[in-house]
Design a protein around this ligand. Structure first.
Ligand code: ADP
Ligand code: MG
Ligand code: MG
Length: 251
């Protein structure tokens, strides 16, 4: 589903290399986790894949189902099936959450040559998905993320993911700032979307999310590189021993 080969990325503004050759392959149906200390380049990787400005790819490639992502506009990447749940979801004053979701769904359908969803079908879809995530009618009416708590913002990201039904989902620290109950809702939302045709890349600092979203593979990123790859036990090892221990071991 997602293939990344020797990806190298620097900041556009500064001469600072952030990703120093990342190799990663997430097959359809699998959940891969990326863990790693702060500042190792995890968010940068997710931003570059989704097409955010400010980064320059200096080498390597990234493909989604064999198509080069790096040549596409952000909206083309989304239409191709890529979704990023942000570490810091943005507030969009003046745009109602429901309107935002409906526009996102329909523009994606349009890009895929499908008809617009009827209001009735859309309402039905939203109500069903929102209920699972305990998102109430008020949150759907308010402007996107404006005045939402940290947990509400993260649940709203998962709602977007649930209605867009992407092929490849990247979650950037969706668990940070969540209490136990909100984390369980988020994890349940992700688990409900797990399917044979869909890949997940779950970026997280902490092992606890991976108790609820069981990954197939765990990668450790440090200083712009994947330094170790293993099974779910690697997350437990990190939790117990810390990243420093792992870095020394790899060195
Ligand atoms: P992580 O998500 O693993 O914590 P990031 O990808 O956010 O790491 O950051 C990786 C490194 O790149 C850090 O040293 C960070 O300060 C730097 N960095 C990322 N984006 C920018 C930016 N726009 N301007 C300056 N430094 C940046
Ligand atoms: Mg960080
Ligand atoms: Mg980050």
């Amino acid at each position: 589903m997602l293939q990344i080969k020797n990806l190298q990325v620097k900041l556009e503004e500064e001469d600072k290399q952030i990703l120093k050759g990342v190799d990663l392959e997430v097959p359809a149906g699998k959940v891969h986790a990326i863990m790693g200390p702060n500042g190792s380049g995890k968010s940068t990787l997710s931003y570059v894949l989704s097409g955010r400005d400010g980064y320059e790819v200096t080498g390597g490639e990234a493909t989604l189902e064999g198509e080069s992502l790096l040549d596409m506009e952000p909206e083309e990447r989304a239409a191709a099936g890529l979704f990023l749940a942000f570490q810091y979801p943005v507030e969009i004053p003046g745009v109602g959450n429901m309107t935002f979701l409906r526009t996102a769904v329909n523009s994606q359908r349009k890009a895929r040559g499908q008809e617009e969803m009827s209001s009735t079908d859309f309402l039905k879809l939203i109500r069903e998905k929102a209920k699972d995530l305990k998102i109430d009618a008020d949150m759907l009416k308010r402007p996107v993320n404006v005045g939402f708590s940290g947990g509400e913002k993260k649940r709203n990201e998962i709602l977007q993911m649930a209605v867009l039904e992407p092929k490849m989902c990247i979650l950037d620290e969706t668990d940070s700032g969540l209490d136990v109950d909100a984390m369980r809702l988020v994890a349940d939302g992700v688990n409900a979307l797990r399917s044979e045709g869909r890949g997940f890349l779950v970026i997280t600092h902490y092992q606890r999310l991976l108790d609820h979203i069981k990954p197939d593979v765990v990668h450790i990123m440090s200083n712009g590189r994947i330094i170790k790859t293993g099974g779910p036990e690697l997350a437990l090892e990190v939790e117990k021993e810390g990243y420093e221990h792992l870095k020394e071991e790899v060195a």
